[in-house]
Write a protein that binds this ligand. Sequence first.
Ligand code: CO
Ligand code: CO
Length: 368
Amino acid sequence: MTDRLALVGGALGEEGFDGLLVAAPANLAYLCGFRPEPHERLIALFVPREGAARLVCPSLEEETAREAVGERVELVVWRDEEGPAVALARALAGVGGRIGIEKRYLSVSHAELAAAALPGATLAGCDQLLERLRAVKSEAEIDSIRRAARIVDRVVGFVAVAARPGVTEADLAAECAHRLRAEGGESLAFEPLILAGPRSALPHGRPGAVPLASGDLLIVDLGVSVEGYCADITRTLVVEAEPDERQQETFEVVRAAQRAGIEAVRAGSPARAVDAAARQHIADAGYGPAFVHRTGHGLGLEVHEPPYLTATSEERLEPGMVVTVEPGIYVEGWGGIRIEDDVVVRDGTAEVLTSAPVSLLAREAVTT
Ligand code: CO
Ligand code: CO
């Protein structure tokens, strides 16, 4: 962590910043080991280009924060009745020049407080600096994702057993949430997404009190974290019955597209090459407009983070980046099919972290 703070100090110098005010919970976790629940009270870490970092922290979080950050970071605590302005001003005392803020996370009102505490300074957006550092994972970080992947593998395989006619999407989602924790998951990366029948055509639908029926397509998308690091998996299967011809054909298109995507995950390639490989395959099969989202996203302290695998991304893949590859085909009134795995960019062939069987047949999709 001390290394990361020093690394940020160096990067700030190179990019012409005199300091960085960090407010995003995942960035706080990355830099000082303290990951607060996001809420309205100001928690922010000031990292100067040189010198010790200071954490502005509400008194309610003081103990947890102190335990997490140890001696590396100075705490500047504020109480509800006084508000954060004085503590923030103390943490920023003597600071001037060009100060980075995270425009994506710092609220406008907190940015105004920072501006008031820094009369001589210029505030400028600096979101990319930490995004770039976080995008390339150490082997220890990859190992946490690998352990999270083992958990989603097992629980997605459990759904293949439990998805019987009459059980509802919401029942299955609740059982998955329970099992993700029971298997050692720390927290859910998102609520389990389980959609059956024509509803599987909604890429971000919500599980409802909808009973499964024999022959339904069933999309199961699960995410969990271990030591703060997320894994994310999707499998699609058919409830109880053998898949029909159209289901099997469409599934084969998605599976081949996903394999093409994974093969395109190579160090040095632009992120858009992965999207192009998967998308081309789906377009060639005549389903182009039915693939309605990007091919994947980075995985780490957040379940969606850079690099994003879009058709236009200019970002280069680097060894140690971890991304999902998750093409899908969605047909309104019929249903959807998506397959998602987590992949580490390596020099040479990519390493796939998730390993649950890929099959529409529930009996083949059971993990052992
Ligand atoms: Co995903
Ligand atoms: Co997912």
